[in-house]
Design a protein around this ligand. Structure first.
Ligand code: NCD
Length: 305
C-alpha cells in the first residue's frame, strides 16, 4: 500500500509502489474507456492545480483526473495570481492550506520547488514537473503505455533520444524503469547529456543505430529551447538529421517497437511527421494513460491520508 503524503519523484519509489499505481491506473483507464467518468473516491475533497509554467496535457489531465474522482478542482495560473504580486511559494502554500485544500498539484520552473512546498503544507503535494528534475506522473504514464503493450517492463530496451539534459521526463523514466528492471539507453549531442546520468544507470550510446538497435520503446524528447541559453547544437535541421528519428531509423528497432513522446512535439525535429503519425506511435494513447495514472496517484495518496 502506498504510504506517502506526497508524490514528488520516482527516485525513491519502490517496485511495489510503482506496480500498485500502474495496476490501479490500468483499471481506471478501462473504466474511462467504457465511459465511466463519475466516481466518488475523492468526494468532498479539493484539488488545487498550481502551475508556474505552461502546459496543456499535464494540467488538463490532472484536472480531469480529479474531477472523474469526484473532487472539486481549483486552477491557479501563476501569472494571474498573487504570485505575480510577489507572493512566495511558501506563503501561497499556506494560503491554500488555510482553505483546507486536500491536494496541491504543482509545476514549477525550479527543481525542488515541490519538495519545499510539501514540507510546508498539510495538503498532499503532487509534482507535475519541477525544472529539470522530475516529472513522476509522466514517467508513470509512459510505463503504463509500455506495460499495456508488452505485458511487463522487465527486460525492455527503452531508447531515449532528444534533450535529455533539460528533461525531467528522462530522469523520472530512468529512475522508474531501472527500478522495474528495464534497460534505459540514451542518445543525444554531448551538450544535451547531463553529467553523471550514466552513474544513475543510463547506458550512453555512441550512435543512433546503437541506441535504436533492438529497442522495444523509442522515446523522443522535445528540444527545450526555453531552457537553453545558447544553442547546444548548430541548427534544428542538423539536430533532426543527426539525432532525430525518421522511419529509416525506426527500422533499427524491433518490429513491434512502439514510439512515445511526452509532447508537445516539435514536428520534424525530434521525430518526423511519418514517425509521429506511424501506426506504432502511441503518442495519442499516452494522453489517456496520463488521466488514468493521475487518478490512481490521487486515489492512493487520498487512501493513505
Ligand atoms: C513535458 C514537460 O513539461 O516536462 N511535457 C509534458 O509534461 N507533457 C515535456 C516537455 O515540455 O517537453
Amino acid at each position: 500500500m502506498l504510504k506517502r503524503k506526497d508524490l514528488l519523484g520516482l527516485i525513491d519509489a519502490s517496485k511495489d509502489e510503482i506496480t500498485e499505481i500502474l495496476d490501479l491506473a490500468e483499471e481506471f483507464k478501462n473504466r474511462i474507456k467504457r465511459g465511466e467518468k463519475k466516481m466518488s473516491y475523492l468526494d468532498g475533497k479539493t484539488v488545487t492545480v498550481l502551475f508556474y509554467e505552461n502546459s496543456t496535457r499535464t494540467r488538463t489531465s490532472f484536472e480531469q483526473a480529479a474531477k472523474y474522482l469526484g473532487a472539486t478542482t481549483i486552477n491557479i495560473v501563476a501569472g494571474n495570481s498573487s504570485v505575480a504580486k510577489g507572493e512566495t511559494l511558501v506563503d501561497t502554500g499556506k494560503t491554500l492550506d488555510a482553505q483546507r485544500n486536500d491536494f496541491i498539484v504543482i509545476r514549477h520552473p525550479m527543481g525542488g520547488a515541490p519538495y519545499l512546498l510539501a514540507k510546508t503544507v498539510k495538503a498532499g503535494v503532487l509534482n507535475a514537473g519541477d525544472g529539470m528534475n522530475e516529472h513522476p506522473t509522466q514517467a508513470l504514464l509512459d510505463m503504463l503505455t509500455m506495460r499495456e503493450t508488452f505485458g511487463s517492463l522487465k527486460g525492455l530496451k527503452v531508447a531515449i533520444l532528444g534533450d535529455i539534459k533539460h528533461s525531467r521526463v528522462a530522469k523520472s523514466n530512468l529512475f522508474g524503469l531501472k527500478t522495474m528492471g528495464a534497460e534505459v539507453v540514451m542518445y543525444a549531442p554531448e551538450t544535451l547529456i547531463p553529467k553523471g546520468i550514466d552513474q544513475l544507470g543510463a547506458k550512453l550510446c555512441k550512435s543512433k543505430k546503437e541506441a535504436l538497435d533492438g529497442a522495444d520503446v523509442v522515446m523522443g524528447l522535445r528540444i527545450q529551447l526555453e531552457r537553453q541559453q545558447a544553442g547546444a547544437f548548430p541548427s534544428l535541421g542538423e539536430y533532426a538529421a543527426n539525432y532525430g528519428v525518421d522511419e529509416a531509423a525506426l527500422a533499427y528497432a524491433k518490429p513491434k517497437a512502439i514510439v512515445l513522446h511526452p509532447g508537445p512535439v516539435n514536428r520534424g525535429v525530434e521525430l518526423t511527421s511519418g514517425v509521429i503519425d506511424h501506426e506504432r506511435s502511441h503518442i495519442e494513447d499516452q494522453v489517456l494513460s496520463g488521466v488514468a495514472v493521475r487518478m490512481a496517484a490521487l486515489k492512493l495518496l487520498n487512501d493513505a491520508r
